[in-house]
Write a protein that binds this ligand. Structure first.
Ligand code: ARG
Ligand code: ZN
Length: 853
């Protein structure tokens, strides 16, 4: 029977585990429908815990036998595990059990499952309980040994290989780890192999394991891995700690990748790349995600989380570390802008709606629903602010103390902040509010200028809007990086960081010869929305002269956003000031092409909707789409010559290289092409498509064609060319839906769900159609609600098969309260229809309940 009102898990209810695990030995006899798992677990009473029953989690397991010190147990499992009465248990004992599971029937892709005939696992957060009975909580850490028995040629698990024979292999992981880092892979796989010598001389064998035929597409992932290993030694003094490091590419995967100790499992889209099949963005993601998972070895694995409320302890820090790495590998300025774009697109949007939650939430029903932009990306912004506040040296000292003190432990945010307080002598108690308060702070900026005395005053005021469960917010510590420019565009005050702690803060500078122009929030020094009423001339001035590249980009962005908002309101057109300034940027050869490409990118339809919501207005998705289209046509018309020149000048002769320099040139070239297609009807794009020898240009050309309503023959050709390649076919599905005209997007998506290649149980394929529909804002929100109904139908169909992916995609509805009554009603009806579905998963139940409020 289903519990009518399931109770949430609360941070406040945390208690330490009553028993710890000294060692685990697992044996797997693999078979698709009847895998036998035997476990031997050495338990010891935890001296630091109160006497309690021992709960072993276990779901969907057929219990064959279980003994304690050789004596069969009498307790019977319930639907979620087994309770062993604490009073009856010795202080130390051996648990032995055998269970049977059916990986082939596991469509949720959590626990042990099968993908294309290969066995693989995904245990974070709570998947290990689908493999065997265990205290499946991150504060129970233990060394594991694993024996895998199967006829398949490659048998992998965590740690170092210890022995192998015909049909079996044994692995030994000496580093204590929580069960969520367990992994097993078995399959007909081939390796792309290499080696790495650590700073202290340990030889590490590196392998990227893929299906036969894919071994030619692993070089970039391997190269990224080696650079990550070196970087973590140099930047953080962290060395790798096993003899092997394995990466496996899996086609059916709910997320990006997973940092299992010594055996990272990846969505194949973040491993496999060749110039013909992967775009520059794919290469960029591979580098970033390989680094992210590798960096988890120290921030996540050696030091893990006490409980899942502390998820940001490992994720925020590891995202920050991967951002630092990418900044070092590529252009730091471009990387920062891209990170801010994605923060605003995903995290600010989340903070603006019913799913807003603190970076460290205080309750949940299903932890899988909290792998969010807030935990990851805002979590990383908090680390960045901390580093700004304590300085580079303070940050390094705190991090060193963290590794020294907490290696081998399961920690909390309090532990993390304490090392910085201790290493730097700073009081971080107010700073800790960043973890507890949801919502994006607003920073209102006003200026005061006294011509007579030359006194310039900048006043900052902060406020954070209410979010679910948090009506009132206290002031936060906001590091605001500020610089001043003189009227001629020269920098008269270099960047300084104002540490705002109160609601209101002023900075006064005396004796200025002329009114200075402030540049606020340089480098995006805090994840806030700046409200600063300035003239378009002022923004154009900063766009031309600011010495901080982020702020320079931001000035142009702010201008574009304001123009677009005005265009939506009253049909205005972009003035020549903006267009001229953009033309100057486009042709400024001192600027990195990647940076210029970012300046050319118009704010997205959702950005414009967010800006309208922030201004207290109701966004009309169709009006936004039309305005943005007119905006882009105005740019194309005004800058045709410059765009045509850039398109030619940015050609990348010679063989394709995914490096930042060539990728930046291609980005600018393709940004130019997208505008030019509005003038030439797609002639250049069609020629580029026909001659492209790399996927970046092929996709860029196809996108440019679809955006102007052309490209149908190219769509057909693309499919014929790539029908054999799953990852490329995903792109084929996605681009058609994402770039369909608003009137036809829903029909395009619907007809693609009937395409023979639409394998809806594969998460990448499902996302490529239904996820792409949600990114086509005007199409998804087209009047009548057909987009909402189509997505709801598919989420209802997917939920019993794969609740995690269904719940993730349901966030398309998080904006429903923004819209006019008709759209609100239709979105609400879709959500209610999902909620009313019998036997809905806990994942989707929680999401719909939170969204409906
Ligand atoms: N720890 C993984 C990573 O950030 C992601 C795991 C996501 N798990 C989940 N249940 N959504 O690299
Ligand atoms: Zn992570």
């Amino acid at each position: 029977m289903k519990d009518a009102t399931p109770q949430p898990i609360r941070l406040a209810d945390y208690t330490p585990p009553p028993f710890l695990v000294e060692g685990v030995a697992l044996t797997f006899r693999l078979a698709p429908r009847a895998t036998r798992v035997t476990s031997r677990i050495r338990f010891r009473r935890n001296p630091d815990a109160q006497a309690q029953d021992l709960r072993l989690d276990g779901e969907g397991l057929r219990l064959i036998s279980a003994t304690i010190d050789g004596v069969p147990i009498t307790a019977q499992p319930d639907a979620t595990g087994l309770t062993l009465p604490g009073g009856d248990l010795p202080d130390a004992f051996d648990w032995a059990a055998e269970v049977e599971i059916a990986p082939e029937e596991n469509t949720a892709l959590e626990g042990l499952y099968m993908s294309n005939g290969m066995y693989c696992t995904q245990c974070e957060a709570e998947g290990f309980r689908k493999i065997t009975f265990y205290p499946d909580r991150p504060d129970v850490m233990a060394p594991f040994t694993v024996r895998v028995e199967s006829e398949l040629p490659v048998l992998l698990s965590n740690g170092n290989p210890s022995a192998q024979g015909d049909g079996w292999a044994e692995w030994d992981d000496p580093w204590p780890k929580p069960a969520y880092l367990f992994a097993l892979v078995a399959g007909d796989l081939v390796a792309h192999s290499d080696a790495f010598a650590t700073a202290s001389g340990r030889a590490v064998a590196l392998n990227v394991w893929v299906r036969p035929g894919d071994e030619g597409r692993c070089a970039y992932a391997m190269d990224s891995l080696k650079r990550s290993m070196r970087w973590d030694e140099e930047a953080y003094g962290r060395e790798y700690d096993l003899d092997v490091f394995n990466i496996v590419a899996v086609d059916d995967f709910n997320m990006g990748a997973m940092e299992n100790k010594g055996l990272n499992v990846f969505n194949s889209k973040y491993v496999l790349a060749s110039s013909e099949t992967a775009t520059d963005a794919d290469f960029d993601n591979i580098e970033r995600i390989v680094a992210h998972e590798y960096f988890h070895n120290w921030t996540g694995n050696r030091i893990t989380c006490r409980d899942w409320f502390q998820l940001c302890l490992k994720e925020g820090l590891t995202v920050f570390r991967d951002q630092q790495f990418s900044a070092d590998m590529r252009s730091a300025a471009v990387k920062r802008i891209e990170d801010v774009l994605s923060l605003r697109a995903r995290q600010f949007r989340e903070d603006q709606g019913p799913l807003a939650h603190p970076v460290r939430p205080d309750s949940y029903h299903e932890i899988n629903n909290f792998y969010t932009a807030t935990v990851y990306e805002k979590g990383a912004e908090i680390i960045r602010m901390l580093r700004t506040l304590v300085g580079e040296d303070g940050y390094d000292a705190g991090v060193r103390l963290y590794f020294d003190r907490h290696d081998g432990q399961a920690c909390t945010i309090e532990d993390w902040l304490a090392v910085f307080a201790e290493a730097t002598g700073r009081d971080l108690s107010q700073f800790a509010r960043w973890y507890a308060q949801a919502g994006t702070p607003r920073l209102r900026v006003t200026e005061d200028w006294d011509e007579g005395t030359g006194r310039f005053t900048l006043t900052l005021e902060q406020s954070t809007p209410p979010t679910p469960g948090q009506p009132d917010k206290a002031p936060q510590v906001i590091p605001v990086a500020v610089g001043l420019l003189g009227p001629a565009g020269d920098e008269i005050m270099a960047t300084r960081v104002i540490e705002m702690t109160d609601t209101r803060h002023s900075l006064t500078i005396e004796g200025m010869p002329a009114r200075p122009v402030p540049s606020i929030l340089r480098g995006f020094s805090a994840p806030v929305v700046v409200e600063h009423a300035v003239t378009p001339e002022r923004r154009a001035f900063l766009m031309a002269h600011d010495t901080d590249p982020f702020s320079r980009w931001e000035a142009g962005r702010g201008l574009a956003r304001e123009i677009l908002v005005a265009m939506v309101r009253d049909g205005a057109a972009p003035g020549p000031d903006y267009l001229d300034a953009l033309a100057v940027t486009l042709s400024d050869e001192r600027l990195d092409p990647a940076f210029r490409a970012l300046c050319l990118r118009a704010p997205s339809e959702d950005d414009i909707a967010q800006a309208l919501v922030d201004a207290g207005e109701t966004p009309d998705p169709m009006a936004i789409h039309t305005a943005r289209e007119r905006f882009q046509r105005a740019i194309a018309a005004h800058m045709d010559d410059g765009l045509a020149r850039a398109f030619i000048a940015m050609e990348t002769p010679g063989p394709y290289s995914p490096d930042a320099r060539d990728a930046g040139r291609r980005a600018l070239r393709l940004a130019a092409l997208a505008y030019l297609s509005r003038n030439d009807g797609g002639d250049r794009a069609a020629r580029l498509f026909a001659g492209a020898d790399n996927m970046t240009e092929q996709m860029g050309a196809l996108g440019a064609l679809l955006q102007v309503g052309a490209g149908q023959s190219e769509v057909a050709r693309f499919h014929r060319q790539w029908a054999h390649d799953r990852l490329v076919v995903d792109k084929w599905f996605a681009v058609q839906v994402a770039l369909a005209a608003p009137e036809s997007a829903v029909e395009t998506a619907r007809s693609l769900t009937r395409h023979p290649d639409f394998d809806w149980k594969n998460p990448n394929r499902f996302r490529s159609v239904l996820g792409a529909l949600a990114t086509n804002a005007a199409g998804f929100h087209a009047p009548g609600g057909a987009g909402y109904a189509l997505l709801a139908d598919w989420l209802i169909q997917l939920d019993p098969v794969n609740p995690q992916t269904a719940a993730r995609l349901s966030t398309a509805f998080e904006t429903w309260r923004r819209y006019d009554p008709a759209r609100q009603g239709a979105m609400r009806a879709a959500l209610e229809r999902i909620r009313a579905t019998p036997d809905l998963s806990r994942d989707l139940s929680e999401m719909t309940a939170r969204m409906l409020g």
